[in-house]
Design a protein around this ligand. Structure first.
Ligand code: UGA
Length: 441
């Protein structure tokens, strides 16, 4: 199948590379010329495990190309996926300007039947608006009032991949959701995904759009639920790890997304929860549950800073080491990372900050001011009054904490992800504090 993916960010690039891997002819498009140059040189603008190898394979087998021209991509493809950004506006609404612009350009260059598929996370009814934009532009192009000479379909096919495991998630989906208005669109999308032998759910476009919003918001709700529970665990002497384990054994609940800590971040959950709150408001429903999910998440970062203050006394002039900056492990993405907000809160109280992250240092240098960037975790620890573990990179588990202890000023560790072996750390002389671990360690 000849496919174009407009937008070469995380979702677009992973989708494009993986669709080429399963046998399709794919053009990845982006209006950022530097990004296209980088891709044409065989390099990736992002860090995502396993993606580079598959990209090279696609290029070698001549199934994957890169372009900055929506016109070229539209003419050469039958199916066009939209994976452009939908950033939040100040009021939380998703900004759909990119989606509209791309839809308009596709209409201008269409020369035969096309299936236009939204992959970006968009509010319900965006499909309708894309359809109308294309309709209006086609009518103008052929100067024939509203009578259409070219047939096209719009569909919704939300993506559920996670950064850090994106390639694996794409190739092994729990489900593929297809929101369509015609049999032709349904068949084309089923054909595209056939090699993955997935469980496919076919529905209308609005339901597909809602499934994506509701799924991300539900996962965020799970995280805020366990974080609120962790607050109580701390007060009553329970261990949230055991509580999550016990809850997770119930198949109806499941253990995933019950890891308490410094809260969720990234480019999706914060933005999507905000957008879903706005979608609900506009539809006339006050989704106050989701507002509370957001509040609990924000509170976790403030709670963590207060915990640090309680245990090391004054924050002013203390040297604080931070291990992990990315919003989660196995990515270099720091968008809405809990680590960044915690660092800003500590800097507001005049702490001196030292940081290390295995992949996110480049991105962090563009944003963090007045911090010492260290070459590894041992260098971070030098002279510190305490260490904060804010991203659970597997390699942090392998650190020699005896060596770290010996170079610190005060041996206090705050584990914002409940990731380290607290019992061992206490045995070798650390004051160890997790989130919701009570007095159970
Ligand atoms: C999320 C969804 O999981 C994907 O299904 C979805 O496709 C994607 O958003 C998207 O909309 O594009 P992602 O943002 O890559 O994926 O990352 P997650 O693994 O979901 O983690 C999000 C945040 O929640 C991270 O900051 C992570 O540390 C935090 N988290 C996750 C917790 O604090 N506790 C948990 O138990 C799980």
């Amino acid at each position: 199948m000849k496919i174009a993916i407009v937008g070469s960010g995380y979702v677009g690039l992973v989708s494009g590379v993986c669709l080429a891997h399963i046998g399709h002819q794919v053009i990845c498009v982006d209006n950022n010329l530097d990004k296209i140059k980088t891709l044409k040189k065989g390099q990736l603008p992002i860090y995502e495990p396993g993606l580079l190898e598959l990209m090279h394979e696609g290029v070698r087998k001549k199934r994957l190309t890169f372009s900055s021209s929506i016109g070229e991509a539209t003419r050469k493809s039958q199916v066009i996926f939209l994976a452009v950004p939908t950033p939040p506006k100040p009021n939380g609404d998703a900004d759909l300007t990119y989606v509209e612009n791309v839809a308009r350009q596709i209409a201008q260059h269409m020369d035969a039947y096309k299936l236009i598929v939204e992959k970006s996370t968009v509010p319900a009814e965006t499909g309708k608006k894309i359809r109308r934009t294309i309709h209006l532009n086609l009518a103008k192009k052929f100067k024939n009032g509203s009578k259409l000479l070219l047939d096209f379909d719009v569909a919704s096919n939300p993506e559920f991949l996670k950064e850090g495991t994106a390639v694996h998630d794409f190739m092994n989906p729990d489900r593929i959701v297809i929101g369509v208005e015609s049999k032709q669109a349904e068949q084309l999308l089923k054909e595209i995904y056939k090699p993955l032998k997935p469980k496919i759910l076919v529905t209308n476009i609005a339901s597909a759009e809602m499934i994506k919003h509701a799924s991300n918001s539900f996962l965020a709700t799970k995280i805020s639920f366990i974080n609120a529970t962790a607050q109580i665990c701390d007060r009553v002497g329970a261990d949230v790890l055991k509580v999550a384990e016990g809850m997770g054994l119930d198949k109806r609940i499941g253990r995933q997304f019950l890891d308490a800590g410094v809260g969720y971040g990234g480019s999706c959950f914060p933005k999507d929860v905000d957008a879903f709150i706005r979608v609900s408001e506009k539809s006339g429903y006050d989704f106050s549950l989701l507002k509370e999910v957001r509040r609990v998440n924000e509170n976790q970062r403030h709670w963590f800073v207060r915990l640090v203050e309680e245990k090391i006394w004054n924050i002013k002039d203390k040297t604080i080491g931070v291990l992990g900056l990315a919003f989660k492990p196995n990515t270099d993405d720091i968008r809405n990372a809990s680590a960044l907000e915690i660092i800003h809160l500590l800097q507001a109280e005049e702490a001196k900050i030292r940081v290390f992250d295995p992949q996110a240092m480049g991105n962090a240098r563009k944003i963090l001011k007045d911090v010492v960037f260290c070459e590894n975790a041992y260098a971070v620890a030098e002279g510190c009054d305490c260490l904060l573990l804010l991203t659970e990179w597997p390699e942090f588990k392998e650190l020699d904490f005896g060596q770290i202890r010996d170079v610190m000023q005060q041996t206090v560790i705050f584990d914002g992800r409940n990731f380290l072996d607290g019992g061992h750390l206490r045995n070798i002389g650390f004051d160890y504090y997790g989130a919701g671990r009570g007095k159970s360690l």
